[in-house]
Write a protein that binds this ligand. Sequence first.
Ligand SMILES: Cc1ncc(COP(=O)(O)O)c(C=O)c1O
Length: 415
Amino acid sequence: MTELKTISKIGIDIEKIRADFPILSRKVNGRSLIYFDNGATSQKPQAVIDALNNYYVHDNANIHRGVHTLSQEITVAYENSRAVIQKHLNADHSHEIIFTKGTTDSINLTASSFGKKFISKGDEIIISVMEHHSNILPWQVVCEEKGAILKVIPINDAGELMMDEYKKLLSNKTKIVAVAHISNTLGTINPIKEIIEAAHALNIPVLIDGAQAVPHIKVDMQALDCDFYCFSGHKLFGPTGVGILYGKEKWLNEMPPYQTGGGTIKTVTFEKTEYADLPLKFEAGTPDISGGIGLAAAIDYINKIGLDNIAAYEHKLLLHAAGELEKIEGLKIIGTAKEKASVISFIVDGLHPFDIGTILDQFGIAVRTGHHCTQPLAERYCIKGTVRASFAFYNTKHEIDEFITALKKTITMLK
Ligand SMILES: Cc1ncc(COP(=O)(O)O)c(C=O)c1O
């Protein structure tokens, strides 16, 4: 009752929202599913499932190449999806929105293509210690290929970037800064505006890994003024296999194609190829057409709820969960930044995260265990991994209470 009152004040009708997600009514191990693994991937509302289904039932054709009705209709629908994403991100131009396979693909595209053109021996690339492997490895490859050097922004014990150290790392050798907007392991919301401004003062471009940010908060390309922003459809309540690279026109125009082939060209002879303009230059081969359309449907869906409502509601979930977890003896939350999204990692004295996750699953509760693709971060905390509970706007305070009860039972069983 209290929950419903609080929620209606925030503007979220939780019962209606939950009914939009068919999977939330399924049972796991005989219990009602409690899905707290949203950081790994989110669940899909019926509107997204319908968009995918409609595409295959009514609209299936290839884009950009046909004169027939189906091809023309789907080309318009696909390009409309790009426009939905452009509007959502408040990007200047729709050709700054490149469809990719996901965040990992977007970062690989940027690192490879930007690296080819702009990075040479002795140059430096700045990342942070809390990066997901997907925002480490592509830069490591560029460093190996070009003889460049990877510099790493340290964090304090709370899991916040040490901004003074960051500013000391910036120099005329720095060619790009690549950092997460929100840490998938710690939940820290990084001060990316300040990071971007400090880099831009030295004309250094900045890539933001927004994989964990777009499901929780509104992002605005013009307000942030970042040079590249990457995210995945599947974490944003959309389909797997599709993602976005936003890039400023001025960089994308100068960067060479990442992959080449059908769709990327103006003319081809055996002697020479003239590449297409943006965005097609970066979209080789037949894309995930239904994925792009499904992603736009997901964005339309969350915009109906409103990201401000989502952020306010999830913040309440976070505070409630953190408050309850802190009361459990021997439990330590990893990541206590002042600015946090609804992601909580924790360890329990003497227990392996994997064992905790396995027993929670018996209660129908899905959490993530392990290093969450942030091994250097785990090393920073001298731990092997954590249990991670990550909430979405369809989760409830009641589910958190069930989780806390199950966790206490789990700890008693394992000790
Ligand atoms: C911060 C961050 N970056 C990148 C990725 C990689 O995303 P994807 O596997 O969708 O490419 C993830 C996935 O967990 C992430 O959390």
